[in-house]
Write a protein that binds this ligand. Structure first.
Ligand SMILES: Cc1cc2nc3c(=O)[nH]c(=O)nc-3n(C[C@H](O)[C@H](O)[C@H](O)COP(=O)(O)O)c2cc1C
Length: 193
């Protein structure tokens, strides 16, 4: 199924994708996955990314950070990078999701997951339920790294890049299709959900 736009988009019409890094613990593996994913979108003619790191978000006692609110609002689409913790996704990610509402609505989300044996798949299934409540469409295809620590070398490069690169291409094609379709739809008729 070829989902690529019929023609390259004008440069000012690139899909704005907020890439959200879901883990924030000391010594986390997340930045390796983030760097890999951003290497897949770098140079993509139709996609512009903005990395939002949950490590930079504020504790619950602090009022909602305006900067992150504006960045989520500006985004046409989201990619969540999530590890799996105890069969679900990390608490800082839930915190970031719950602090915002209309910023998410009527936009698509895609998932890049990683973990031990599960590759983060259970975290992704939980996230699909959460995002449905926020009127977010989750795209079907994911990238998942099982036993992630063993798949990358010391420089953060994948030892066998082809399968993950093919999965990332499918994910981005689907995200782009939904992202452009929903952006046009929101412009025509504001989402009332
Ligand atoms: C608290 C905790 C719970 C975990 N639970 C699971 C799990 O249920 N399933 C799994 O496959 N991996 C699990 N792992 C392994 C992590 O998914 C893996 O170490 C991942 O790299 C963690 O991401 P991070 O380093 O970016 O925080 C767990 C790790 C931690 C720290």
């Amino acid at each position: 199924m070829d989902l690529t736009p019929a023609r390259p988009l004008p440069s000012d019409a690139a899909l704005k994708v907020a890439v959200i890094l879901g883990s924030n613990r000391e010594g986390r593996f997340g930045p390796v996955v983030a760097e890999w994913f951003l290497s897949r979108t770098a140079g993509h003619p139709d996609i512009e990314t903005d990395l939002i790191d949950t490590a930079d978000s504020e504790p619950p006692s602090v009022p909602r950070p305006v900067g992150i609110e504006a960045r989520l609002d500006r985004a046409d689409a989201f990619v969540v990078l999530t590890p799996e913790y105890n069969h679900s996704y990390p608490a800082p990610l839930k915190h970031l999701i719950d602090r915002h509402r209309t910023e998410w609505q009527a936009k698509p989300v895609a998932f890049v997951s990683y973990g031990g044996i599960s590759g983060g798949l259970r975290a992704v299934e939980h996230l699909r339920q959460v995002f449905a409540e926020l009127h977010v469409v989750s795209v079907r295809d994911t990238v998942s790294f099982h036993q992630a620590g063993t798949l990358f070398d010391d420089r953060g490069a994948l030892k066998d890049p082809a399968p993950a690169e093919a999965a990332a291409t499918r994910l981005l094609d689907q995200l782009l299709w939904w992202g452009l379709a929903l952006r046009e739809a929101r412009a025509r008729r504001p989402y009332g959900g």
